[in-house]
Ligand binder design. Structure first.
Ligand code: GLP
Length: 260
């Protein structure tokens, strides 16, 4: 079962996760962080910037993004390449050559998944993968029905996900229909998964992912197959968890030597 940590605010969660990542980077400067996009990981990135200002050197850290839209023009501010550069690469001073995002350009799209898998393999995989969860239960852009064995490939977004993400664009029409996303099988290869969720709008998907049946209809439930998962949520996102009392009890009685 995943370790579930309920903290008061998204800011607290960001600071908690960033402190863990910063400590890992101080031990292994070439640590590889799997980065997610959307609103959810932003408090982590903000707290990582604070860790950098406080002296942790992230410049040798590598990063792999989960996904990318297909067909946005290069440099589009809402392409995940731009978001990762803006939120992570530039402020933390990462070497751009060590920051990988799937290639969503139409030219060569048929091989984008394969090329990304090869880059992950050649690099040696991801140490810690940050994950948000969509209201459809998606991880990365693995919409319901995605195989737990899936690798990086082109997927079609659901209308619900396009509507949810329309807030980043001027209109719904501008939200791409396709994406390139790490598969659930790819995500499950990361050595540690850290799933974040904030607010009541995520409560249903979160409870289904953490406690519901393992099913391709709920891609988030794939985390139940991974040996090392930390779920960090606020009380709103935790509000439908059936075993919330147990998670609090486990935290209160956590042996000091245990990390996350
Ligand atoms: C996005 C991303 C996911 C993210 C999810 C939730 O579309 N592809 O990686 O976890 O949907 O987004 P948000 O964090 O903005 O709620």
């Amino acid at each position: 079962m995943a370790e579930v940590i309920v903290l008061e605010t998204a800011e607290d969660a960001g600071a908690f996760v960033a402190a863990h990542i910063a400590a890992a980077v101080r031990t292994d400067p070439e640590f590889t962080l799997g980065v997610a996009t959307g609103s959810t990981p932003l408090p982590v990135y903000e707290a990582l910037r604070a860790e950098a200002e406080a002296g942790t050197d992230f410049t040798r850290m590598a990063a792999f993004a989960l996904d990318e839209y297909v067909g946005l023009p290069a440099g589009h501010p809402e392409s995940y390449r731009s978001v990762v550069d803006r939120e992570v690469t530039v402020p933390l001073g990462l070497d751009p050559g060590r920051v990988h995002v799937p290639d969503g350009s139409l030219d060569g799209i048929a091989t984008a998944g394969e090329r990304y898998e090869e880059a992950l393999r050649a690099h040696g995989g991801v140490d810690l993968q940050l994950l948000g969860i969509g209201r459809t239960g998606h991880l990365g852009f693995n919409e319901p029905g995605s195989s737990f064995g899936s690798l990086t490939r082109v997927k079609t977004l659901t209308e619900r996900t396009r509507e949810d993400n329309a807030r980043f664009f001027d209109s719904l029409d501008q939200v791409p229909v396709h994406c390139v996303t790490q598969g659930l099988g790819t995500i499950l290869r990361a050595r540690h998964l850290v799933l974040l969720a904030f607010g009541e709008s995520k409560a249903e998907a979160l409870a289904a992912a953490v406690e519901g049946p393992v099913s391709a209809s709920m891609p988030g439930s794939a985390i139940q197959l991974h040996p090392r998962v930390t779920v960090v949520v606020d009380p709103g996102a935790a509000s439908q968890l059936q075993f919330a009392d147990y998670y609090r009890w486990a935290q209160d009685n956590k042996p000091e030597w245990q990390g996350i």
